[in-house]
Design a protein around this ligand. Sequence first.
Ligand code: PLP
Length: 385
Amino acid sequence: MQKNTDYDLETKLIHQGHSPDPATGALASPIYQTATFAAHSVEHFEELCRTWGYVYSRECNPNLTELESKLAMLEGADSAIVSASGMGAIASTLLSLVKTGDHIVSADGIFSHTRLLMTELLAKFGVEITFVDATVSDNIRAAMKPATKLVYVESPLNPSLELVDIRAVADIAHQNKSLLIVDSTFCTPILQRPLELGADLVVHSLTKFMNGHGDTLGGAVIGSRELIELIKWPGLCCFTGAALAPNNAWMIMRGMKTLDMRMKKHCENGLALAEFLTSQSEIEEVRYPALKSHPHYELCQSQMNGLGGGIVSFRLKEDIHGLTRDQVSRKFVNSLKLTTIATSLGEEHTLVQMNGENLIRIAVGLESAKDIIADFRQALDAVHG
Ligand code: PLP
C-alpha cells in the first residue's frame, strides 16, 4: 500500500508497509531473526551494499523496513530510522548532526537522560549547550547564536506537562538557519505531528505509547530523506550501532496496530483522573494540558488535537495533619493498590513516580477510569488515617 491514499489513520496503522509473506501467504509478517543475509554472487553482494539492500541487520532488516514505513506515514514524512531505544535514536541523531564549536539551544526540563547526553558527552567534545525555559518562545530567540546548529525541545515537558509552541519555535530556528528537533514521545502522532508544524526531525521512544505494552524498548527518528540518511550512515548504523532487534520491531508493530484506540483511551482516562484530582481538597495543583486551568490549554487545542495525553502530574498540599508535603506524598503513593510504583509510561498499567519536588507523575493506563479513580480516592483517604 502506498502512503498518501485516502484511507483513515486507523486503516493505515494496520496496512501501511504491510503485505502477506510472498513465500507462504502468512498474513502476520514473519520475524526475520537473522544477523546476516546471503547474496548469490559477489556482484549481487556489491549491489546490495550500494542500494541499502538486506546485507546485515545492524543496517537493514525487513521488520525494520516495515516499521520505518509506518512511522514515516504516521508523521507525514519521507523517511524514518528505528533504533534499539529512544536514547539510541536521540544519541545517534545528535552525534550525527553536531560537531565541535556548534551550539545547541535546548528546552529546560527535557528528559533527564537526554540532558545528560548533552551536558556530559556533547559538552566534552566542545559543543556548547544553552538551556532555556522554552515555554516562552522569545527565550529561544534570545539564546540563538550564529553557531546554533539546532534547537531541541519536548512538548509536553516531563514531568511539568507544560507545552512548547512548536510552530513558533520552528520559525525562530529557521530564521537562524538552524534545525528544530522535537521529542514527541508523550503525544505520538495521534495527538501531535511536529513535522507538519515546521519541525525538521521528530524523535520518539517507541518503548512508551507506540508499543504500548511495556514489554520492549525501541526508538525512532523521522524526517526528510536527506536528514535521515545523515543520521543513518555512519551515525546509527556504524558509530552508535543502536540497531533495533527484528523481534522487537515486530512487537512494536503489533502494538502500533491499536495505537489510535489506545491513545484515545489513555486521553479519556487521563482527563477523568485529572478532573477527579482537581476536585479533591488534599491537592494543591493538577497539571494536565486538556484542563481549562492549564496555562497552555489553548495551545493544547491547536497543537494536540485538544487531547491532553496519558500523563497527569499533581502536587499534594503541605501540612496535612502536621505532615510535610514529602511525608504526605510518600504516604499517598505507598497507599495506592491498583497503581504500580514504576518508571516509564504509555502502557496498559497505570504507573506512578514521585520526583524530587514532590510532583507526583501518573502514567495513566488502560484500566477502567472508575477503578483508577477509586484507587486514588482510597489512597487520599489513607492520608488521613
Ligand atoms: N524521551 C522521553 C520523553 C522519555 O520519557 C524517554 C524515556 O523515558 C526517552 C526519550 C528515552 O527512551 P528509551 O527509554 O526508550 O531510551
